[in-house]
Design a protein. Sequence first.
Length: 412
Amino acid sequence: MKKTLLTLITLIAVTTVSAQKYVGGDISMLPKYEEAGVVYKDMNENTVQPLTFFHEQGFNAMRVRLFVDPSKASEEAKKEGVVQDLEYVKALGKRIKDAGFKLMLDFHYSDTWTDPGQHSTPSAWSTLDAAGIAKKVYEYTKDCLQQLNTSGATPDFIQVGNEINVGMLWPTGAVYESGGAPASGSWDHFTSYLTNGIKACNEECPNAQIIIHAAMNEPDNLPAFYNKLDGYAGVKYQIIGLSYYPAFHKNLQVLENVIKNLMSKEPDKDIMIVETGYSYAWALPQTTYDYTSVYPYSQEGQRKFTADMITMLNKYECVKGLFWWWPEDNGNKNITTKWWNAALYNHETGQPYAALYELKNFIGDPSGIETINREPLTVNQHAWYTLDGRKLNGKPSTKGIYIQNGKKKIVR
């Protein structure tokens, strides 16, 4: 009888979930536009609430950046958009979650912008040695996530650092001289910072997926960068995040080549384009690549670039996310300096550009699971899965919607 029952259980097919895809944008400046009275409209000139409108257009995730103490940033950086401290992010993050989006949190681990050319250590941590900074990364990350959890703004994706393919927390965590990084850091320091940040994320947000985010300034070096991280046991992550801006990172073929190379070298990782954008009017400052022969600086050129990028990305199952950077920029009103002109809104009319309506084509059904596959049952059929297909160790303790035995279940 027991043998027969075991055979029957083995033959039962269990429904498993293929990973969902996510589309959205980094909307870190939205509260500032709203405070200034900026009016958002749809294509038919109807006034809309931005989060509701984005949701209606198929967006299902939003990204928000977090600085340690942006009050210490330069006045120029503040005017460019460095304003997001923890209180700001708690409020915006809760709004995003309450509106039904997944939340991606982008830790900058600095008081100001971080990118391949700058990764300054927060002023409050500047006297610490590498061991002290590693400890501070853990404590700071843990405290931020605890407060976000309490505020109803639990992140679903967490970037441990922003564009960190040259390291982070300079000078001790610099790993390459390229991009202006000093040569005095080390991989041991850098990865100790990552390990401590990831450890805090796993403790406070065990269901969140960890992203290691790189810019495509030196695309041929990216596989080697991620491969080197593989040698450090504490650097455990699920998603490779990429910044791709044609104005600086060249044509779509370059992006596609990077995706192919990373697929080959890191087959167990998903890939997300966590930042992208293309100008609707004139060249972005410091542009190094002219793509206007293919995509003119116009509303139609921006739309066509977006459509072609999505067509290419959708060829690769491992590409799970696409996020436009600063799509909400709409009617400057002296909120920031006028340096970003790759937003998705017409500053004169408050209406969206056509590219905004293209983004939904990156995903299929935005409300849930993309596909359902039948596989032989080789594990306990009562196992719990997240909506993106990750198996959990037992019943989840965090509120949300999960999959068990092929059915959606709500944990309250």
